[in-house]
Design a protein around this ligand. Structure first.
Ligand code: AP5
Ligand code: MG
Length: 271
């Protein structure tokens, strides 16, 4: 497929939303393959990188994730804000050069994280933000925002302009979760029945060992669903009121992708 066929006519700032295991990561990967101007930020992947690197934020988030609970909003905002800043999509007065690996306490963000990642009192975030309105600043947020409070925070940073709500029946999803394997350093996702790696247990690109996610246990997944359902309705209503919500139903990612591509092209691509 020729990448040049799909030039964005305006910046695309997507949220890909849906229940745990619905295929947000799968659809995000397919979107960036088809539209190379897009990039993706997965809140779950960022958190898992922090857990692996044993950053203070990762250590604090780990128990929440393992229990299938939401990580506190202030930590999530910090994580995403720094990622958006690092990529140059959001700018503020004082630069916020936090990276997932950063440990230096000379950086105010890291200092706050190193003292108490759950407290917003430790740091005063810059108040004014500007964002790039160029099609090159086009991105997918996978998993953030996931409640109305996070959505309000994001709006102060950079307004999203398309919210994709993926819906698949729960009994189909649970079977997928049990077969999911991941390449932790890159976030690449496999499934032994759906998109198996070329070599059993090995990442297609690096050949490194695949692992299971700590929260891919049926009991934890049920808790993740409970958390999701608590938070999702107000978030969906918020984006519906703004006219940004688009819901797609399907039993498989292969059924969903063509519908998503068609809608994306209608909204963002030159014809
Ligand atoms: P996160 O990593 O975002 O997890 P999630 O929302 O639970 O979603 P998943 O990543 O499990 O699923 P997915 O929708 O990406 O599906 P995938 O494409 O992999 O978050 C993890 C945790 O971090 C949260 O529980 C929370 O603690 C914390 N967190 C993250 N963001 C937060 C926030 N904003 N605020 C607070 N806390 C936050 O697909 C699933 C599987 O299905 C894969 O194996 C895939 O290969 C397979 N599959 C896909 N399509 C098909 C198909 N058609 N047929 C068969 N298998 C398929
Ligand atoms: Mg995911």
């Amino acid at each position: 497929m020729a990448a040049a066929t799909f030039q964005l006519s305006r910046p695309a700032r997507l949220l890909v939303f849906g229940s745990p295991g619905v295929g947000k990561g799968t659809q995000s990967t397919r979107l960036i393959q088809r539209y190379p101007q897009l990039a993706t930020i997965s809140s779950g992947d960022l958190l898992r990188q922090n857990v692996t690197s044993r950053t203070p934020l990762g250590i604090m988030a780990e128990s929440k994730m393992k229990a299938g609970k939401m990580v506190p909003d202030n930590m999530m905002l910090r994580l995403i804000l720094n990622e958006l800043s690092k990529r140059g999509w959001v700018n503020s007065g004082p630069r916020v050069p936090y990276t997932v690996q950063a440990t230096s306490i000379s950086d105010p963000m890291d200092y706050a994280v190193s003292t108490n990642p759950f407290s917003m009192d430790q740091v005063s975030l810059p108040q004014e933000y500007t964002y790039s309105d160029s099609p090159t600043a086009s991105f997918i947020l996978d998993g953030f925002p996931r409640n109305a409070a996070q959505a309000a925070q994001v709006e102060k940073l950079i307004p999203l302009n398309f919210v994709v709500n993926i819906q698949t029946p729960a009994d189909i999803i649970i079977a997928r979760i049990c077969n999911r394997w991941v390449h932790a350093p890159s976030g690449r996702v496999y499934n032994t029945t759906f998109n198996a790696p070329k070599v059993d247990g090995r990442d297609d690109i690096t050949g490194e060992q695949l692992t299971r996610r700590a929260d891919d246990d049926p009991e934890v997944w049920k808790q993740r669903i409970v958390e999701f359902e608590k938070a999702s309705q107000p978030l969906l209503e918020h984006y519906d009121r703004k006219g940004l919500l688009w819901t797609v139903n399907g039993n498989s990612s292969d059924e969903i992708s063509p519908k998503l591509f068609a809608e994306f092209e209608k909204r963002f691509c030159r014809t």
